[in-house]
Ligand binder design. Structure first.
Ligand code: ATP
Length: 790
């Protein structure tokens, strides 16, 4: 105890010195910021007074652009200052959360390394008061217990010894307590943290990042890092902390927020995760849903296609077995490797055979022969997209026409002069006639210089012989003809399915290229299990040089059965120099009871005995896919060591007890709704802040909402909902993917609703959304899967 008091006194002294330094730096920054704000305002005023209101002459435009450049620089420096101020303000609340005492092997000199969200350095003495959690030396806090350690510094590996690991609770500028970290105490700390209510937005986990999570966050060896993690194992958290880490590293490699793209399932999810990076002191990164990419590729001219959620809804609400099968197999086919090969063949065939080149004549003479135009296209640089080569041909033709235009005008004038009875002036009349003629000619030329992507796609399905010629030698689904005919019919009605939208997007990028994302160097994909080969083919075209981090859980697919072999496809298509598949098996979200209950809805994943064979001679590269990180050295593993491991991917749970899941039945609809309302009230009384009722479909969610929203304060969460996740919600299970709530109430879990293998996975997704409480409601016969899980 005496020892603790002595240590506490020393810690308080360090804490006060740190806070004093933070305050001094904050004061200085506030002063500078005030000055640069004044500067900025007066520059703006000056620009306005001197130049802005007389911008019609060219000199002034130049002057304005100089002013603007200066203003931009001043604004950027002011904003950087504001960012620093925000960091210091946060440091005033809690400057650090951990400490390790490290002695380097060579010098044996002990250093006290305090670790916080941001670094703090005394500008006068250059003493490092706090190290950023992403700095190389801070990594030893996450990776090691006491004893021998090593870390990768820019100049090479540093080895040494850790003699102390300490954690602090410092809140709102008050030093509350510290404890020296042994495993039990840390677990207790984490348990307390996880027992809190869900927050309406995701928060940072920087103080409690686990070893296996840290390895993913700091990996810099792999161009493609794949993470298979059970529900609630921190995939999204890890993804965001990795982004923050990459940006920190980017200080030297020039990677900034606009070089990173995060792909997320929808706008609500994007909003849910939007807090984490700013909390870590970084600029937010653009979060894109795949549909947004499709829209961006097409601009406005793409007719509203079915979104992924609309596809899920249609599939889930379809009650006719044959139709459901057709929908699913059609989607699977259109997103498959086979179909991608057919689309690539279509592009090649289009270039050689389908472009309707025509002779171009003007002013009674032939300017271009169609064979010559075609030869020009085929002889062009094959790396240039076809659409661009066609545009160049169009420009060439128009240039020639422009040359001829003066002769044509003269001819028209002569012609007009022969008929002097009209009221127009002959020159103006000739010009008008020529414009009309040219417009018709341009439309004629554009029939072969512009590509109608949707028409081309439709032709593929409409023209049976073309379709099967493109499919030659490929293995097709047994209901191929049915899929072809249905697609042709739907496209003729201008109704395309989600799979068609993806395919047309692929086709357009293949034919026309796309430069919109050329600055992206790192791509992070969450919920990757919902992606198909065509998604990765599109990503490959959009971000050819990017490195990837992809995270998912093959147990959480909605409409497809996927095994770990899924990651082989990802590796093959993205085709990066180095790749690894890592696993996260411990769930942090749910209580022991909820995990034990929900695990029964899935089967344990194991790696296949013999990896499936892969086209394209990639077998030699298969082994890294099955590389799994192991901590071979017990508590103190060497950094980033990877080794082969045959262990099945298990689901473990961070030990936290709670109330067992409840199964509640109702005699009829009214009785069930009443039971649901009572349960919600009791959850609210018990202080749970976020409660979610999960139905199978949006249609059923909307029906339930209309029955209970008079008596309960509840929000229907559909595709358009992008607000905070606090309160009581009703939503379909597929919309709740990636989210979490204090209490989850799964509605209508009867044997009609949940009977297939896919339904079973929906139950897994639904029940793993719950942090503390889970209840399942049914009337009639309860789902067979509930009986199995009893
Ligand atoms: N190391 C950690 N310390 C504290 N909390 C953690 C840690 N890792 C994860 N969590 C918490 O666990 C919960 C689940 O994390 P997250 O949503 O990132 O998991 P996930 O694997 O993406 O889940 P899912 O696959 O179900 O969407 C979050 O509340 C997160 O804050």
């Amino acid at each position: 105890m005496q020892n603790y008091e002595r240590e506490l006194a020393k810690e308080l002294e360090y804490f006060q010195k740190t806070i004093a330094l933070v305050k001094a730096q904050l004061e200085k920054k506030l002063e500078t910021s005030e000055r640069s704000r004044g500067n900025l305002l007066s520059s703006r005023k000056e620009m306005w007074d001197e130049a802005a209101h007389s911008s019609d002459d060219f000199d002034n435009v130049v002057e304005i652009s100089q002013y603007l450049e200066e203003l931009n620089m001043k604004t950027a420096s002011y904003l950087a200052g504001t960012n620093e101020i925000q960091k210091l303000e946060k440091m005033q609340d809690s400057p650090y959360f951990a400490r390790v005492d490290f002695s380097e092997a060579d010098t044996q000199e002990k250093e006290k390394i305090y670790i916080g969200r941001y670094s703090l350095i005394d500008d006068d003495t250059h003493n490092m008061y706090v190290f950023d959690w992403r700095s190389p030396i801070a990594g030893i806090f996450y990776r090691y217990e006491l004893g021998q350690v090593q870390y990768q510094a820019p100049g090479g590996i540093i080895r040494g010894n850790v003699s102390l690991k300490r954690q602090y609770e410092i809140k709102r500028g008050k030093f509350e307590y510290f404890f020296d970290a042994n495993v039990q105490i840390v677990d207790e700390f984490l348990r307390k943290l996880l027992s809190k209510n869900a927050s309406s937005r995701m928060t940072s986990i920087v103080e409690t990042i686990q070893k296996d999570q840290d390895i993913i966050i700091r990996d810099s060896k792999n161009e493609l890092l794949m993470v298979q993690g059970v529900a609630g194992s921190g995939k999204t958290s890890v993804a965001l902390h990795r982004v923050a880490y990459l940006m920190y590293q980017g200080l030297s490699s020039k990677l900034s927020s606009n070089n990173i793209a995060i792909l997320s399932p929808n706008a609500l999810f994007a909003k849910y995760i939007s807090n984490v990076l700013p909390e870590l002191g970084e600029d937010n990164v653009e979060t894109l849903a795949f549909e947004e990419i499709c829209n961006q590729v097409f601009g406005k001219d793409f007719q509203a296609a079915q979104t992924r959620n609309q596809f899920f809804e249609k599939l889930i609400t379809c009650t006719i077995g044959t139709q459901k099968y057709l929908m699913k197999s059609s989607m699977e086919f259109k997103a498959s490797n086979t179909f991608v090969t057919m689309l690539k063949r279509l592009v090649a065939y289009y270039e050689r055979k389908l472009i309707p080149f025509a002779d171009v004549a003007y002013n009674h003479q032939q300017l271009f022969d169609r064979h010559l135009l075609k030869a020009k296209l085929l002889n062009g640089d094959a790396r240039t997209p076809i659409a661009l080569r066609l545009k160049r041909i169009e420009t060439m033709i128009l240039k020639e026409i422009r040359e001829e235009n003066k002769f044509r005008l003269a001819e028209l004038e002569r012609f007009i002069d022969k008929y002097p009875d009209h009221i127009y002036e002959s020159q103006a009349f000739a010009r008008m006639l020529s414009i009309r003629e040219n417009r018709i000619l341009l439309a004629y030329i554009r029939k072969f210089t512009e590509i109608d992507y949707e028409a081309l796609y439709r032709k593929m399905f409409h023209d049976k012989s073309l379709f099967y010629a493109l499919a030659k030698g490929l293995e097709l689904p047994e209901n191929m003809e049915e899929i072809r005919l249905q697609t042709d019919e739907l496209l003729s009605l201008k109704s395309s399915q989600y799979g068609d939208a993806l395919a047309i997007t692929f086709l357009k990028i293949k034919l026309a290229g796309c430069d919109s994302y050329k600055n992206i160097k790192q791509v992070v994909i969450d919920e990757v299990q919902d992606y198909y080969p065509i998604h990765f083919e599109i990503l490959n075209l959009l971000f050819p040089k990017a490195k990837y981090t992809v995270l998912g859980d093959v147990n959480q697919t909605i409409e497809k059965q996927t095994a770990l072999t899924f990651y082989e496809d990802v590796e093959r298509i993205l085709d990066k120099k180095s790749s690894a598949l890592l696993t996260l098996s411990k769930s942090f979200r749910c209580t022991n009871q909820i995990i034990a209950f929900s695990t029964k809805f899935i089967t344990e994943l194991t790696r296949p005995k013999t990896p499936a064979s892969i086209d394209g001679g990639c077998q030699g590269r298969l082994s890294p896919v099955w590389t799994r990180l192991t901590f071979s050295g017990g508590l103190n593993p060497p950094l980033n060591e990877v080794s082969f491991n045959d262990t099945p991917v298990k689901q473990e749970c961070f030990s936290r007890d709670g109330v067992p899941p409840e199964i509640i039945s109702g005699a009829n609809r009214a009785d069930l709704d009443e039971g649901l309302k009572e349960f919600i009230e009791s959850m609210e009384e018990q202080g749970y802040k976020s409660i979610c009722i999960l139905c199978k479909s949006l249609k059923e969610s909307a029906a339930l909402y209309s029955r209970i929203n008079d008596s309960i304060d509840v929000v229907l969460m559909d595709d358009t909902y992008i607000t905070e996740l606090s309160g009581t919600f009703i939503t379909p299970i597929y919309m709740a993917k990636g989210l979490e709530f204090d209490a989850v109430l799964v509605y209508d879990v009867d044997d009609m609703h949940y009977q297939s293998a896919y339904d079973k996975k929906l139950l897994y997704i639904a029940s793993t959304r719950a942090l503390h409480r889970l209840a399942l409601f049914y009337m009639g016969k309860q789902s067979r899967f509930l009986i199995e899980s009893e």
